[in-house]
Ligand binder design. Structure first.
Ligand code: PBG
Length: 312
């Protein structure tokens, strides 16, 4: 080798760096998760997630309007019922079903994705009612009820086997073509803590390792993803995001034309945001984090930071 390659001329100033940039962030990349409370006029800050609150439906509409004006296109709804009980999860009058109808009326352009799980409804905070297949059938009924209320996309986050299979059949039987965005590779992670406070869904006994994936496994994530696509999922989620970028990359390589979504979960958000607020990290750390998801191959990012990103 009698010559070396020069790279620094790509970095001499911002316009040049922009020309060489391989990935970028834009408003269309973001899906904002929302915690919906019963009642009216309620806004409750979540202490472990700076800048995030749980809101009743009316307050959610007020909160969303300026964000939609700034370009927000998509939200993911989590319903938090006042009283526990799995039956209301399929009720046409349930908190998610009502929220979907009101949001569709006030913000018709907004894509509404609903989280399909029972952990905020069940007495023990688990994502199942014991038997796998009985749970999968219940989840399918919940998905149908969300879709009937007008949800654009249903997103099962429980990690039961075959839930996409049951869900697809139930939606077809109801004459609905609502796409399924499945949490296909969802790990039993330590990064969900703040969410469990927010959604009031911490397991009352044991943990979720009996159904969520073992953090040590990568090949298995590809099996889970393949199974969900075969069962009829339109798109899939890798969750968490920060510590599973290898899975995002592998999923992208295996499915170059599919929508691969990452979920930048509550513990990731809380750690970065609290480090920024304590000045341990500069503001730019957030963009660097979000960009890493895109660079790894994510089509879109579910993140609580979407609101901050839009409000700048
Ligand atoms: C429950 C669910 C969880 C999250 C989304 N759906 C928590 C869990 O599995 O324990 C976590 C999201 C986050 O941490 O931001 N079905």
């Amino acid at each position: 080798m009698d010559q070396f390659k020069r790279f620094r001329n790509r970095r001499i100033d911002e316009p040049t760096r922009e020309r060489f940039r391989e990935s970028s962030l834009c408003v269309q990349d973001f899906i904002l998760p929302l915690f919906i409370l019963e009642g009216d006029g309620r806004v409750e800050d979540i202490l472990t997630m700076p800048g995030v609150a749980r809101r009743s439906i009316d307050k959610t509409v007020d909160y969303l309007k300026p964000l939609v004006d700034r370009g927000l296109e998509s939200v993911l709804l989590f319903g938090i019922p006042d009283k526990k009980g799995v039956a209301q999860a399929t009720s046409d009058n349930g908190i998610v079903q009502r929220a979907v109808r009101v949001l569709k009326r006030h913000l018709p352009s907004l894509e509404i994705i609903t989280d399909v799980c029972i952990c905020s409804y069940s007495q023990d905070g688990h994502c199942h009612i014991g038997d796998n297949d009985r749970t999968a059938r219940l989840l399918a009924a919940i998905a149908v009820s969300h879709a009937e209320a007008g949800a654009d996309v249903v997103a099962p986050s429980d990690m039961m086997d075959g839930r996409v299979w049951y869900m697809k059949r139930a939606l077809d039987a109801a004459g609905l073509s609502t796409p399924i965005l499945s949490y296909a590779a969802k790990y039993a992670s330590s990064f969900y803590g703040p969410f469990r406070d927010a959604a009031d869904c911490a397991p009352q006994n044991g943990d979720r390792r009996g159904y969520q994936m073992d953090p040590a496994n990568g090949d298995e994530a590809l099996e889970e993803i393949a199974a969900d696509f075969e069962e009829g999922a339109e798109a899939i989620i890798v969750k968490p995001a920060m510590t599973y970028l290898d899975i995002v990359r592998r999923a992208r390589e295996a499915y170059p034309d599919r929508e691969i979504v990452v979920y930048n979960v509550s513990g990731e958000y809380a750690s970065i945001l609290s480090a920024i607020s304590q000045k341990l990290l500069p503001e730019g750390a957030l963009d660097e984090l979000l960009l890493s998801f895109k660079r790894a191959g994510a089509s879109r990012i579910i993140t609580y930071a979407a609101a901050q990103w839009l409000q700048r």
